[in-house]
Design a protein around this ligand. Structure first.
Ligand SMILES: [Zn+2]
Ligand SMILES: [Zn+2]
Length: 100
């Protein structure tokens, strides 16, 4: 998949063989042009967009998914000994000194 700058979306690139210029070149140049066209088509020609037929390829804009920052909520814990509200980070009760 490639990103088309014209269509502003990801499309499956395709390489379409142009029969009209191929035959025209073959007739006009008595075969030589047809070979040149074949080389051009398979070696040089860029794949085109199936929607707009252009080869205006670009880089798909990276959709940055906003990282939802989970707020770290400090759940108030209460001391089983005295019932005082204690900070879990402390590891002990400030009221009675009991270890949590
Ligand atoms: Zn396109
Ligand atoms: Zn306590």
């Amino acid at each position: 998949m490639k990103y088309c700058n014209n269509c502003k979306q990801l499309v499956e690139p395709r390489k379409e063989f142009g029969w009209a210029p191929f035959i025209l070149l073959a007739i006009c140049t008595l075969g030589c042009g047809a070979i040149i066209y074949l080389i051009y088509h398979f070696a040089l020609k860029e794949k085109t967009c199936p929607m707009c037929n252009s080869d205006n390829w670009g880089v798909a804009p990276t959709t940055t998914i906003p990282t939802t920052t989970i707020p770290t909520t400090t759940i108030p814990t209460f001391c089983p000994n005295c019932g005082a509200k204690i900070n879990s980070e402390d590891g002990f009760c400030a009221q009675c000194g009991r270890k949590i």
